[in-house]
Design a protein around this ligand. Structure first.
Ligand code: 13P
Length: 252
C-alpha cells in the first residue's frame, strides 16, 4: 500500500505567538515545494490557536505536543483533548521522549491518552524509541515492542489503524547523530510487524515517521526507505524554509 508522506515539525518550547504567526506566513509562501507531502506542526499551547488561524485552509495539520487523558477536572497546568480541538488542533503528539524522561510519562498513562484522543476525534501520534544503552545492549526491539503493545493496549484494532507512530531513537534527538537509513528501516519494519499483529491489514495504512536530527541534508535517504513514511522534525522545523526543504526531500 502506498502511504502519502507526512512531515511534521515539533517546536517544543520555542516561539512566541508573533514568531509562530510569522513562521506560518513563510510556510504558506513556500507550500508548493511540499506538493504531494502532508505537513503538520506542533506549536506550544499558547500559540496553537494563532497557528491554526494562520494556517486555515492550507491543509497543514496543527497538533498539540501533549494532552491530558481526562475530559476535565482539577489538573492544574494540563490541557484536555476538547480544549486542543477547540483551539484548532487535529491531533497530538503523545509520549515524546522528553515527556517520558522529564515528566515521568509511562506506557500505561499513554494507553489512556491514545484512547482519549481517538474518542475526541484527535489523531494520536504515539512517539516511541530506545535509549542508547538499550541499543548497545541489543534490546531495541524489546523496547519498541513493549512501548507499542502497552501504549496501544486500550485501543481496538480499528482504532489503531487510525493512529500515527513516530520512531525517535532517544540518542538521535537533538544530538546531530541520526540513525542510518538502514537502522531506521530495520526499526520501522519491526514496528510495522508489531502493528500488523495488533491491527491486521490496517497496519499497512499507518504512517511511521522517523525523528532524531532530521535535516534537509539527510531527509531524502531516510524517507526513501520503504517503511519510513515521513519525518518528525525538531530543531530544523523552527525555520519554515528548512521544514519545506525536508518535505521536498520526502516527495514520492
Ligand atoms: P531534533 O530534530 O531536534 O533532533 O528533535 C527531534 C524530535 O524530538 C522531534 O520530536
Amino acid at each position: 500500500m502506498s502511504r502519502r508522506p507526512l512531515v511534521a515539525g515539533n517546536w517544543k518550547m520555542f516561539k512566541t505567538r508573533a514568531e509562530a504567526v510569522a513562521w506560518c506566513a513563510d510556510l504558506r509562501a513556500g507550500l508548493a515545494e511540499a506538493d504531494g507531502v502532508d505537513l503538520a506542526v506542533c506549536p506550544p499551547a499558547t500559540a496553537l490557536a494563532d497557528v491554526a488561524a494562520a494556517l486555515a485552509g492550507s491543509g497543514v495539520g496543527v497538533w498539540g505536543q501533549n494532552v491530558h487523558q481526562a475530559e476535565s477536572g482539577a489538573f492544574t497546568g494540563e490541557i484536555s483533548t476538547g480544549m486542543l480541538a477547540e483551539a484548532g488542533a487535529t491531533g497530538s503528539l503523545l509520549g515524546h521522549s522528553e515527556r517520558r524522561a522529564l515528566f515521568n510519562e509511562h506506557d500505561d498513562l499513554l494507553a489512556e491518552k491514545v484512547v482519549a484522543c481517538l474518542e475526541a476525534g484527535l489523531e494520536p501520534v504515539l512517539c516511541i524509541g530506545e535509549m542508547e544503552y538499550a541499543r548497545d545492549a541489543g534490546s531495541t526491539e524489546t523496547i519498541l515492542d513493549g512501548q507499542l503493545r502497552s501504549g496501544l493496549a486500550r485501543a481496538s484494532a480499528e482504532q489503531i489503524a487510525r493512529i500515527t507512530v513516530a520512531y525517535e531513537p532517544v540518542w538521535a534527538i537533538g544530538t546531530g547523530r541520526t540513525a542510518t537509513p538502514e537502522m531506521a528501516q530495520e526499526a520501522h519494519a519491526f514496528i510495522r510487524g508489531v502493528l500488523r499483529d495488533l491491527a491486521g491489514d490496517g497496519a499497512d495504512g499507518i504512517r511511521i515517521l522517523y525523528g532524531g536530527s532530521v535535516k534537509p541534508e539527510n531527509a531524502a535517504e531516510l524517507t526513501a526507505q520503504p517503511d519510513v513514511d515521513g519525518a518528525l522534525v525538531g530543531g530544523a522545523s523552527l525555520d519554515a524554509a528548512s521544514l519545506l526543504a525536508i518535505a521536498a526531500a520526502a516527495r514520492p
